[in-house]
Design a protein around this ligand. Structure first.
Ligand code: CP
Length: 315
């Protein structure tokens, strides 16, 4: 693998998950693979899981890690031909060129502005780095995608599934703030690529881009969606159509114990962080069917499999 920007960059999803499962059993089997190699992790936004799990993954491969935030660097300019007489002090061309000489792999997290859909969906920050780096790039959650999260979600489902094609439900859930579409976009395309029976349920007007959901069953009836489900994946997202618009309406879309009763004793999933008793009721999150910590733990081993594959490509 040359880069890991989206799930589609993985040439063989099953092989990547198998590798992650191997690393979960024995995290230290490839301790020499990344010896004398350095991973840079650049964060334009906050993170707990992505930052730490990717650092641990790199350490397991013997790599050094340098993590830093954009606030510790200069303000970057991404526009080609810009006259740089305002706030931005360093063009991405030099920044990416320098980073390519300092580290062997670079991970970047950069959320959307949720104002201009075309701008966000052009992935200005991530593609700016990709164009100008001469080293592999890892998407640590961009404006529209969060593939590392989806890989860990797929691994968790693979560990727990009882049937060949489980029913997986991605349910919109309430949230006080407008959130990106990156997690649901990647989750939907990952589940479909892995051959899951995917149902997406959300209130009317909150459709995701069909680029990611082609092949899924889509319904506005949450109760109907939950019937017979093996996995319930809760996530809020803002509107794609009325781009970036959040809504504090639909508080009745919270995932609670009564709704979970309609499922096939489903596992509850969420990428975290999660707002208790807004997105999901305590009774569900604290129940034995909640696998949110297993998902978070699997972030380490899926990231390790991705980094190992990128290191192998560079040999
Ligand atoms: N799920 C996830 O990406 O968590 P962080 O935002 O804490 O990295």
């Amino acid at each position: 693998m040359k880069h890991f920007i989206s799930i589609q960059d993985a040439p063989d999803l099953d092989a990547l998950i198998a590798k992650a499962m191997l690393y979960k059993e024995n995290p230290n089997i490839d301790r020499e693979k990344g010896k004398y190699k350095t991973l840079g992790l650049l964060f334009f936004n906050s993170s707990l899981r992505t930052r730490l799990s990717t650092e641990i993954a790199a350490n397991n491969l013997g790599m050094q890690v340098i993590g830093f935030s954009n606030q510790q660097a200069w303000n970057f300019e991404f526009m080609e031909g810009a006259v740089m007489d305002q706030q931005n002090a360093e063009h991405i061309k030099e920044a990416a060129g320098v980073l390519s000489r300092y580290v062997d792999i670079l991970g970047v997290r950069s959320f959307p502005e949720l104002v201009d859909r075309a701008w966000d969906y052009s992935e200005p920050v991530l593609s700016g780095f990709q164009k100008n780096l001469t080293i592999p790039l890892v998407n640590l959650e961009s404006a529209t995608l969060h593939p590392l999260q989806s890989l860990a979600d797929l691994m968790t489902i693979r560990e727990l599934q009882q049937t060949k094609k489980p029913k997986v439900v991605l349910s919109w859930a309430p949230h006080p703030r407008a959130l990106p579409q990156s997690v649901p976009n990647s989750f939907a395309s990952c589940m479909l690529a892995a051959g899951m029976d995917l149902t997406i349920t959300h209130p009317e007007g909150l459709e995701l881009s069909s680029d990611f959901t082609e092949g899924a069953t889509i319904t506005h009836n949450q109760q109907e969606a939950f019937e017979g489900a093996d996995f319930i994946y809760a996530k809020n997202w803002s509107s794609f159509r009325e781009y970036g618009k959040g809504t504090s309406l639909y508080s009745d879309w919270i995932i609670d114990g009564k709704k979970m009763k309609a499922t096939n004793d489903a596992h509850f999933m969420h990428c975290l962080p999660v707002r208790r008793n807004v997105v999901v009721a305590d009774e569900v999150l604290d129940s034995p069917k909640s696998v949110v910590l297993q998902q978070a733990q699997n972030r380490i081993f899926t990231a390790q499999a991705v980094l190992a594959s990128l290191l192998d490509h560079g040999k």
